[in-house]
Ligand binder design. Structure first.
Ligand code: PMP
Length: 390
């Protein structure tokens, strides 16, 4: 079958970090235990009270087509949450519910970019960013960030590229670096966007996982509410990755047009799942705090293990469920480090290169295995790294 260039352009960036994951899965299938610190999936499951609410809703007959933009209750709950977090007046008209943050990212870019337009994103990046932009026939262009600046974007890197771009995708708290963009960084980014007529897409799916400092939504900065889409999700906050509930926040007229896309594409998110999400968002912050605290505790363990470490640098872990380690002192690339760590120590991590050139010589460690295993894995990982330096 002759396929479109678009669909064939979806893959193609970075080194194949998934190779490590597939190899570790093969090892596990062959009976070899592997400590897997690869994917951003909680080891804890969704709270039973949320599952109960889904069941209740479905049993009550809520199994037909749901409202395409999302149920009013859920849109209002999301709007209230976003307003409380950011201080920006937000109503249900600023919200569309999508099948996960993933579909929200796709829809936001389809709404902003025409064929041949340029969409920027920060490197290192969440793996699907460039393919998502290319899949709509647009050019994806990476803005480098630097380990030496703790991956906080710099004006000198962004400004020249912004001149020819129509959108910029950022993510804070950040996957894969664990960094949270400072107010100064966000002000710089917003200034460059407003000056160059670039719309900002702010992926805030990790906004409940803040370990240090403050998460600031750029939508709250001057003149940004009309120049910004915010991407949100239940996946990370409530350990609901498989439920596929996310959203876009934006100006009403833009949200109305994105509704046209949902109508021809997904035709909405299942009503019983929306009811469960509404329950999760309207019953206080206890559930999300519980989910976040698991990673907060593991970060404390990691800090303890790394406290006297001078050769392997932990990039300031301010948020999200990942640690990024600068392993350049070993003389290995991230790819080679991850490859040897898997072969020799049976520990799987993601090579920095799989998130873009800016994270070369780094590895990403997902804090997503039980505490004791996590401690063991990190201790052995550091010993392995030291053995390469000695
Ligand atoms: N953005 C980032 C930065 C992510 O890490 C992820 C998932 N790993 C997503 C968006 C998509 O999340 P979901 O579709 O599950 O909401």
């Amino acid at each position: 079958m002759k396929l479109s260039n678009r669909i064939q352009s979806i893959t193609g960036d970075g080194s194949d970090g998934w190779d490590i994951l597939y190899r570790s899965r093969d090892m596990i299938d062959a009976g070899i235990p592997v400590l897997e610190l690869t994917i951003g999936e909680h080891d804890n499951r969704t709270d039973p009270s949320i599952i109960d609410e889904m069941y209740r809703s479905a049993k009550a007959g809520n199994t037909g087509y749901a409202a395409v933009p999302g149920n009013t209750d859920l849109r209002e709950a999301i709007a209230a949450r976003v307003q409380a977090q950011s201080g920006v007046p937000t109503t249900k008209d600023n919200v569309i519910v999508t099948t996960g943050g993933q579909a929200a990212l796709f829809a936001a870019h389809l709404a902003l970019l025409d064929h041949g337009d340029t969409g920027l994103f920060m490197d290192p990046y969440y793996a699907t960013y460039p393919g998502g932009i290319r899949s709509i026939g647009s050019k994806s262009l990476a803005v480098p960030t630097h380990s030496d600046h703790n991956f906080q974007p710099q004006r000198a890197d962004l400004e020249p590229l912004a001149k020819s771009a129509k959108s910029l995708l950022i993510n804070s708290p950040n996957n894969p670096t664990g960094v949270i963009y400072s107010r100064e960084t966000l002000e710089m980014i917003c200034d460059v966007c407003l000056t160059n007529d670039v719309v900002l897409v702010s992926d805030e799916v990790y906004d409940t996982q803040v370990w240090e400092g403050e998460h600031i939504s750029p939508r709250s900065l001057p003149n940004m509410a009309d120049n910004c889409f915010v991407i949100g999700s239940m996946s990370k906050s409530h350990a609901m990755t498989g439920w596929r509930v996310g959203w876009i926040i934006g100006p009403k007229d833009a949200i109305d047009r994105i509704l046209d896309l949902s109508t021809i594409n997904t035709y909405g998110v299942p009503g019983f799942i929306q009811d469960a999400a509404t329950f999760a968002l309207t019953n206080g912050t206890e559930l999300e705090t519980e989910v976040a605290n698991v990673f907060r505790n593991r970060l404390l363990m990691a800090r303890e293990i790394l406290k006297d470490e001078t050769d392997i640098r932990l990039i300031p872990a301010q948020g999200a469920m990942y640690l990024m380690l600068d392993i350049r002192a070993t003389g290995l690339s991230g790819d080679d480090f991850a490859d040897q760590l898997l072969t020799q120590e049976h520990i799987a991590v993601m090579p920095g290169e799989s998130f873009g050139a800016s994270a070369a010589g780094h590895i990403r460690v997902a804090m997503t295995i039980p505490d004791d295993d996590f401690k063991t894995a990190l201790t052995r990982l550091i010993a392995f790294a030291k053995s390469k330096i000695a």
